[in-house]
Design a protein around this ligand. Structure first.
Ligand code: SF4
Length: 163
């Protein structure tokens, strides 16, 4: 059975920086869970970051630039957490390889998990097109990443991956 990587916060785990979740309501997701298809991931917590933790954003670009060493992940409180974000992305990729995962549904706008847009890096609330660090790494390795707003598209990609 083809498995799907899903952000833990979308599954109701209170792992976000503010110790909240982003529970997604989706019949498709519920079915995947029932089928035992879902592999939960929180790259930031896997990398050892605490709950709660300071809000973080990518300064100087998106996750692709972080992986290239051209942008940093910074906390609202001034710390730098680039290496933790890179480590979390590598751990998520290892999880995908362990389960032969080719499709992921990750939480939009996160500096780790965002797939279409992320916050701009100045903690102003502005958003820019771009991927988080984990999404950038998974995408570069051929894994199709969708947001919680695209679960039907993820289902279609899963069907293609299984055929
Ligand atoms: S790193 Fe991803 S899974 Fe973890 S809280 Fe942030 S958006 Fe959710």
């Amino acid at each position: 059975m083809q498995k799907v990587l899903v952000s833990a916060c979308l599954l109701g785990s209170r792992v976000r920086y503010d110790a909240g979740s982003l529970t997604a309501s989706s019949e498709i997701l519920d079915r995947w869970i029932g089928e035992g298809r879902v592999v939960s991931v929180c790259p930031e917590v896997m990398a050892g970051m605490s709950i709660p933790r300071p809000a973080a954003e990518i300064a100087g670009g998106d996750g692709t630039r972080v992986l290239a060493g051209r942008a940093r992940v910074i906390e609202e409180t001034g710390g730098e957490v680039t290496e933790a974000f890179r480590a979390g992305a590598e751990m998520a990729l290892a999880l995908c390889r362990r389960h032969a995962i080719r499709v992921a549904v990750l939480a939009e706008k996160s500096p780790s998990c965002g797939s279409r847009e992320i916050y701009a890096g100045d903690f102003s609330g502005r958003r820019l097109p771009g991927m988080g660090v984990t999404t950038a790494l998974l995408t570069a390795q051929g894994i199709a990443v969708f947001s919680q707003h695209e679960i039907a598209a993820a289902q279609r990609a899963l069907s293609l991956a299984a055929s």
